[in-house]
Design a protein around this ligand. Sequence first.
Ligand code: IVH
Length: 671
Amino acid sequence: MKETDFAAAKKRVAVLHREINEQNYRYHVLDQPEIDDHAFDMLMQELKELEETYPELRDPDSPTLRVGGKPLKAFSTLEHRLPMLGLDNAFSEEEINEFDARVRKLSGLEVVDYFCELKFDGLAVSLQYEEGVFQRGSTRGDGYTGEDITGNLRTIRQIPLKLDQPLTLELRGEVYINKKDFEKLNRQREAEGLMNFANPRNAAAGSVRQLDPRLAAARPLKIFIYGLGEHSLKLSTQSELLDYLAELRLPVNSNRTICRGTEEVWDYCLKWQEEKEKLPYEIDGVVIKVNELSLQRELGNTARSPRWAIAFKYPPEEKMTKVVDITVNVGRTGAITPVALLEPVALSGTTVQRASLHNEDLIQEKGIMIGDTVVVRKAGEIIPEVTRVVENMRTGDEKLFEMPRQCPSCGSATVRLSGEAALRCLNPSCPAQLVEKLVHFASRRAMDVDGMGPALAELLFNNKLVRDVGDLYYLKGEELKELPGMAEKSAEKLLSSLEKSKKNPLRRLLFGLGIRFVGEKASRLLAEHFGELDQIGKAEIEEITKIEEIGPKIAEAVTSFFNMAETKSVLEKLKKAEVNFTEPKEEKINTDLAGKTFVFSGALENYTREQVALVAEEHGGRVSSSVSRKTDYLVAGSEPGSKLLKAEELGVEVIDEGQFTKMLKNQTREK
Ligand code: IVH
């Protein structure tokens, strides 16, 4: 190697670093590209070639090393040097005024300056720089420890791998995905037969938690930096701080402002409520911070959140749509529930086309008619509900809805019992009720019969294979295979999960039987007190009410359930099929595992699949073979494959074998 060549290469590498970082900044942070993609690629190509010729010139913070490293087996945890706190919420102008009153009282000031900015709807991350070099980054986690997602954060081109100054500090910010990029990502996924993400925030969260940084790099992740963790900068206001971060070429949002007093704060909130749809990214509110840093310090924090800041949250998204029709649903207790069929409408990330109207009174109260234009929103961000009718959109063609006089399933007369809001079908042999009873029995929190949802329950019932839950345990492979759309594999799966369900503790069986007013808790209390199903069946009301927390209403429902002829015949069948009727005593419950659902994937070091499933169950955990929203943990071994991707998509927590073993060791308590 000629000395002069090397020296020239070294110089050129430095120039390329500077130029590439500059162009990256212009493109990804300022959104003002100066050169086209091709010119940029040429610079990168040149740098890569030089680094290949002279590997000693390849710096850890080289722009060629954004995407790299091997896929991880699992994320390791990182402790936050300063806890990552949350924010208190305000939902009205009044609550903002109350916040301001507290700040003024504590500070003795008459008017307070607030720094207002947008509340980005993504996920919080922390970035640590040492001597100006990006070292580590993590998720918020529980506020005290998060997951080390450094490899994924490095792929975000707005994050400088090296700051212009050799600062040691911790940045805090929000990782998000733009609305347009989110749509594009979902279209791509559809084309590949993958499941859609529900909203940009879930897409961002799933992407940041990819174990393979190359996959994360392919996701359109972005970030806004909004504050600092540990640092030693000398600044006097929040506003100055953000300006300084922008000077450091960090991605800082420009819609920030200082508001003097709450009136200006409120104007800012309203302005962005009006205009938030126009933003390229999603926000769910405004963050209001005391601007003076000295005052922030003086006010301090509670255990959960700072006293110097509050989040004003916008009300949930509402949309107008039309009630095309109203139908009814018959539940397992015979309750007849009206359901609005809606013209499909996109609402907070999903398409909504049905909303429960709960009961007759509610329809009356809200004055809902078939054909009405209504406002819908999601209660608790999940369940769609009709909030009100837009009366001035009525045409006169709307029709009143009447609850059916006869059960739509069995035709028997419907009744409204005194003191109840629900209309009921009282026929115990009503097919709709029987099907719903099967579904409930098989549901996850009851007997947990994998694969048995409403469609299968209906199929079994309509083909006269099952009438009550007792019949489930007499199903045969041959007859299942005859059913339309039933593959041999699913038949086998059903039989084996039925077999497995026989071992469930009594409390689950009791809950699955669907006795009125007997939910999960009452089932557990009854099972623990009596120990055996037969004892509960024989018990008198007085004996049952001896159990603390169980009153006469439940006791009566229990005794009348066990006195019914139908119950006796069902229990007979269950007993003959050797379904467990007892509640295990003195069971050790591991407080970390109890009630949690685990999925294991890939090879583990210390267990076979069968062993690990047994161990998890012995400690009160549940084991499932596939990842769903209900999964609590995916335990990833080596080469965890597609389950891992699914878990990441759904935001299911991924742990490794070591973390799982640690959970096993955690303190167990006597039941
Ligand atoms: S400041 C101690 N500023 O909101 C205060 N948070 O509910 C730390 N968020 O976990 C938060 N935009 O993920 C702050 N401009 C903003 C924000 C913001 C979004 C998120 C952040 C935080 C959550 C608190």
